[in-house]
Design a protein. Structure first.
Length: 243
């Protein structure tokens, strides 16, 4: 059986000092998605996707330093393609920016969180709706996850199923349609990457009145959040077996 073809839409790059040490966004997903997938990376900032979404067995959308509410041309073109993908019932996982862009593409709203920045390792809590979800039903009711964002999916798309929240963020995860998921947290992050983000952001975090040192000390393993990528890969492989 051929490996399922999966496209990773790279929607930006991390800080140069983090990229030099850990690689860029696409490398983190390539390391975490299992070896049973045929993975292709597309830099959507340079070249928005133009192929038929149905050419792919699955789609992953990375985080980005960009802001969805700026409505950059490449981002809006990618949003239109995402909508086509959801309508074509192609399984999709959007992370951070990808989560917000999925919400925007499907009729929701992405903009700055009214409480400002969320960063560090925080507890994500599943809702009852997660018990019947193909991915989230396999995760514990609560788990730590790594986060760094200023914008959020402030309004979910019509008909979306809210799957998880946290003390700060009411929309940590949702599903729209049968198998298009958005997660605000970063399943691709390691502890080391999360700490590196906090170290780079340290002056801004302090200026915003957050306790940067406590956030650094609070970084902890997030194996269940990391496991989401494996669950998505397994889901794609299971679908491929039935075709």
């Amino acid at each position: 059986m051929e490996k399922p073809k999966v496209i990773i839409l790279k929607t930006g790059s991390t800080y140069p000092e983090i990229r030099d040490q850990f690689g860029d966004f696409d490398a983190w997903f390539l390391r975490n998605l299992n070896g049973d997938l045929d993975l292709t990376v597309l830099d959507a900032v340079q070249t928005p996707p133009a192929s038929a979404p149905s050419d792919w067995a699955g789609i992953v959308i990375t985080g980005s330093p960009a802001m969805v509410s700026d409505k950059a041309h490449w981002s809006e073109e990618t949003a239109r393609w995402i909508k086509q993908a959801v309508e074509a019932r192609v399984p999709l996982l959007g992370v951070c920016y990808g989560h917000q862009l999925l919400a925007h593409a499907m009729g929701g709203k992405a903009d700055y969180h009214p409480k400002g920045r969320e960063t560090g390792t925080h507890t994500v809590r599943l809702l009852d709706s997660a018990s019947s979800d193909p991915l989230f039903s396999q995760l514990p009711a609560e788990f730590p996850a790594h986060l760094t964002h200023k914008q959020s999916a402030l309004e979910l798309p019509p008909g979306a199923v809210l799957l998880a929240n946290s003390a700060f963020e009411p929309h940590q995860a949702f599903r729209v349609g049968e198998h298009a998921w958005g997660v605000q947290f970063h399943p691709e992050f390691t502890e080391a990457i999360m700490k590196a983000y906090l170290e780079v952001q340290f002056p801004d975090i302090v200026a915003e009145g957050l306790d940067a040192q406590s956030l650094l000390q609070g970084v902890r393993p997030a194996p269940d959040a990391n496991h989401l990528l494996k669950l998505f890969a397994e889901y794609l492989n299971a679908r491929a077996m039935t075709k």
